[in-house]
Design a protein around this ligand. Structure first.
Ligand code: M6R
Length: 602
């Protein structure tokens, strides 16, 4: 995650960098730092915790004249949130800020240490600055040294580097982590997201993966592996809210599109060759645990249900799921060998928080899966795994749900390995499917346009049934919740096999059935359930990789080889359907009536 800001110009550099970092603070706030080249002197400041701590520390500092500055707000991946681990990282005469993960940092570090470099942090980032200086000492050419450095890095990065060896320059590189350049008449900005420079820059260029270069004497030198590049700036909106939406009509739409990228953040540093690593938890969390209880509300409850299927199937551990508002008053029987897991996007949901307090009081060990660090639920829990979805602004949860499900899937494998319930072949299949998920979440304009066209046929009727089996049953519940939250149409999620036990009585042409028909999970069973509905004249929208002749409408998904990949692809389809129906009905998708993003009341 992490946020990066850079500045080249003659205005007060401290203010510009801090203001930019404030806009990016949601990306990480366990520490922050700034390095400024001030009158040929490299000054730097770092502070643990929120940005306000850094501001206090710098209150007496003011930069003067033209120069360069880089800043960073950190979300720790390697090493604890300490000042030494905070960016910018210093070599002998240069500073670097970085977002991403340098996968080969251990090899590079050993090599640099053997040449005499001394490291002070536990981060992967520090290798960049030492590597740069080792090349610079040899080549005596900062641009060539930076280029040589970039060529040796493996992994994901957005990097800014400043050095006394060329004090009026910012070197930059991007590969897999976001970075852009902003411009006005005589200033140049860098940032991880354009919100950091809105109101300051009038034009922007979004760097592409593999691009690197330098700002020298006010001019941009841009390169990629094929050599020097020209680039075209585009106008940057002055409207912060519009720019934050990056051209999408609603935040929810943007967040649906973002899912592939944020999933990369959720996986970062956690998927290893031989299993799943969670820095946040240690193996003692599971010692003596005989069963798991997962407690949540709304969308988070639906991800909990998916988690329960996965945990029982792969980790062979008894898992139950509770709606928090019910759990609180049912006088539940709690035993200390149960791990109590809460799931929450906001970390502030009152029912979930109170349920957690009850479980703790009963002596249960607790784990939260949450999107907001330092939230009440995270603070109350013995351990927490963050979902890393980034800020979710749309009230209807999308990317938070996707990342919750992913964390539960990874947690399942973590537990399964510890309990020896998974063999290596199966584990490798699961890890490989996990790594394919960001791709499964990508979709093209054709699919979106098709759903937009289809949506006009689904604006009336006396109700929607979303149906699915197994993990696609909670997905059906979630699809129905999304639709009702933002379209205000009545929708229910049902296990497909249950329709004949009552709800099928509603079937007629005005009953819309959204059928989740994955190829890899009970296809024949769900097909018969849908045939039963079709025979009663229900209108069927089938979502499947396999053509289904009884469907009135059909959205074809990919022939994936793992149910979870089908799950994520179908999830996107249901989200887009809800979005397009709601937009056609003229509703405020981001702020639907009667709802709030964080439900802090009972
Ligand atoms: O912040 P939480 O995940 O604890 O919130 C729980 C529910 O209020 C939330 O998921 C709600 O159902 C969303 N609006 C769903 O889109």
């Amino acid at each position: 995650m992490c946020g990066i800001v850079g500045y080249y110009g003659k205005n007060e550099k401290k203010e510009i960098v801090i203001e930019g970092l404030r806009e990016l603070e949601y990306r990480g706030y366990d520490s922050a730092g700034i390095a400024i080249m001030d009158k040929e002197e490299l000054c730097h400041f770092k502070a643990v915790g929120k940005l306000s701590n850094l501001e206090t520390k710098m209150s007496d500092f003011h930069s003067q004249g033209a120069g360069v500055a880089i800043g960073h707000t950190r979300w720790a991946t390697h090493g604890k949130p300490t000042e030494l681990n905070a960016h910018p990282h210093l070599g002998e005469y240069s500073f670097v800020v970085h977002n991403g993960i340098i996968e080969n940092y251990k090899e590079l570090k050993e090599q640099l240490q053997s040449q005499g470099a001394s490291f002070v942090s536990q981060t992967d980032t520090e290798v960049i600055v030492h590597l740069f200086e080792s090349h610079q000492n040899r080549l005596k050419n900062p641009f060539a040294a930076f280029e040589a450095t970039i060529k040796e890095l493996r992994g994901a990065y957005a990097i800014l580097l400043i050095t006394k060896a060329q004090s009026d320059t910012i070197f930059f590189a991007k590969h897999g982590s976001p970075m852009l350049l902003g411009f006005n008449t005589d200033e140049i900005f860098f940032a991880s997201s354009d919100t950091a420079i809105i109101g300051k820059a009038t034009e922007v260029y979004y760097l592409q993966d593999g691009q690197y270069g330098a700002i020298e004497g006010g001019a941009v030198k841009l390169f990629d592996t094929h050599g020097s590049k020209t680039f075209v700036r585009q106008k940057l909106s002055a409207d912060k809210a519009m720019a934050q939406k990056e051209g999408y009509r609603f935040f929810m739409e943007k967040e649906i599109y973002e899912q592939s990228t944020v999933m990369g953040d959720t996986l970062m540093g956690r998927v290893m060759d031989n299993g799943i690593a969670f820095d946040e938890i240690d193996t003692t969390l599971l010692e003596g645990i005989e069963d798991i209880k997962i407690c949540a509300c709304g969308t988070s409850y639906h991800s909990a249900m998916v988690g329960a299927y996965l945990l029982e199937r792969l980790a062979k551990i008894k898992t139950s799921v509770e709606i928090a508002s019910e759990f609180r008053y049912k006088e539940p029987l709690l035993t200390p060998n149960t791990l109590f897991v809460t799931i929450s996007q906001s970390g502030e949901t009152a029912d979930t928080l109170e349920a957690l307090k009850m479980a703790k009081k009963a002596g249960l060990r607790s784990l939260s899966i949450c999107n907001v660090d330092n939230s009440s639920i995270v603070r109350e829990s013995d351990a927490a795994i963050l979902t890393r979805a980034g800020i979710e602004k749309g009230v209807a949860s999308t990317k938070a749900f996707a990342t919750q499900v992913m964390v539960l899937w990874m947690f399942t494998l973590f537990v399964a390995k510890q309990r020896h319930t998974i063999d290596n072949e199966k584990l490798q299949q699961e890890l490989s499917a996990i790594l394919q998920t960001p791709t499964a979440l990508k979709f093209n304009d054709t699919l979106h346009a098709k759903i937009n066209r289809l949506s006009k046929r689904y604006l009336h009727g006396h109700g929607f049934f979303f149906i699915g089996r197994d993990i696609f049953y909670p997905l059906a519940l979630e699809g129905a919740l999304k639709l009702k939250e933002i379209s205000y149409l009545h929708a229910e999620g049902y296990p497909a096999g249950e329709m004949k036990h009552g709800p099928i009585a509603l079937a007629d042409s005005e009953l819309f059935t959204i059928a989740l028909m994955p190829q890899t999970m009970q296809y024949e069973k769900i097909k018969s359930n849908v045939e039963e509905l079709s025979a009663r004249d229900a209108t069927i929208l089938a979502i499947s990789p396999l053509p289904f002749e009884l469907a009135d409408d059909f959205i074809q998904t990919t022939h994936a080889n793992h149910p979870m990949l089908e799950f994520f692809e179908m999830m996107v389809v249901t989200q887009l359907l809800a979005l397009e129906v709601a937009i056609r009905l003229g509703n405020d998708v981001d702020m639907p009536r009667n709802l709030a993003k964080s439900v802090t009341v009972e």
